[in-house]
Design a protein around this ligand. Sequence first.
Ligand code: PLP
Ligand SMILES: N[C@@H](CCOP(=O)(O)O)C(=O)O
Length: 409
Amino acid sequence: MEALKKFDGQYWKNLFDSRVGKTTWPYGSGVWSKKEWVLPEIDSDHIVSAFEGNSNLFWAERYGKTVLGMNDLWVKHCGISHTGSFKDLGMTVLVSQVNRLRKLGKPVVGVGCASTGDTSAALSAYCAAAGIPAIVFLPANRISMAQLVQPIANGAKVISLDTDFDGCMQLIREVTAELPIYLANSLNSLRLEGQKTAAIEILQQFDWEVPDWVIVPGGNLGNIYAFYKGFQMCKELGLVDRIPRMVCAQAQNANPLYLHYKAGWDTEFKPVTAGTTFASAIQIGDPVSIDRAIFALKNCDGIVEEASEEELMDAMSQADLTGMFICPHTGVALAALIKLRNSGVIQPNDRTVVVSTAHGLKFTQSKIDYHSNAIPDMASRFANPPIEVKADFGAVMDVLQKRVLSEYQ
Ligand SMILES: Cc1ncc(COP(=O)(O)O)c(C=O)c1O
Ligand SMILES: N[C@@H](CCOP(=O)(O)O)C(=O)O
């Protein structure tokens, strides 16, 4: 920070703005366009990048106005990315550093992680791009098919374990303590250095105006800290004069941070056994970045909210009906927003950013189940199942009359 403070806020804003929309290596990446703040000393030739970042900050006009009575609701689509989740932002940094270490002759034989599906996808892709062996520990039958196929296709060693994510995490920590395999989960701060650029990017996309709220779905809890760090650096280095309040949103079935927040922060943190949730990538009971998350939330006057399965699926489905195609984790964040709007904590004119963490196409089975009304004990209020019609002109006209034209009469 001392070195960065030699330049003023305007210098950094001009530098970062000058790199947007260019392809100059490596600054065309949203992460590496902030290289001086991320990993300044790495040689550009050692960087492994898919030009990640620079993701769409989408004005959710229809959803905001019709569902929440809000004018200034935005969705930061971090999941519209190389491997379909925000993990690319951190993985480019971690794998670049490993690439550098290997080029310097350090004994790193491979990189390993435990994963609920997105970290493994990102690790496998970046390692494959650099020719570095990747080893991923996955909880058997707990991740989506689209997520599972990603490391398989990218040539990683996929170890499917008969345990949950927390069990996989425990094992990978033990294994990497014994073998020269580099640990790629978010307790490695290189990951967070990359992920923090999404926060800087939000400020940049708002022309360095600070939103009132940023809502982030939380699981292993690295990302909420990464966002805090990005915002805080912008404040400390003079690019903005305040930071937003943040909300960490958890699934009710995997809510250890929420329980800790409700208990008043000062009690001892108790991990939980995470239950099944459609937001499967945040089915985590013993988050590795718990201390960082608490630090971040305390320092931004943050809030933790939770969402039931029905609330998160309804929120996701209703958002999809306004043209988005979001993942269930983003549904958790939107459900938290609905609660905070209803309780008056978030005001109609507050500028609010919901962080969308993965692409909806990775979680199509949950959408199919919802729209087929196939989820037990769920009303699926926004289900839109296909209408099966005989291939006959009269039958088709009949259906259109009843299901389409009648709505306009
Ligand atoms: C899609 C998705 N959303 C949210 C999260 C939560 O991020 P974090 O683990 O950094 O809290 C994860 C991973 O945990 C994820 O894969
Ligand atoms: N959702 C994550 C869980 C692991 O998180 P990490 O950020 O610590 O790697 C995943 O996709 O694996």
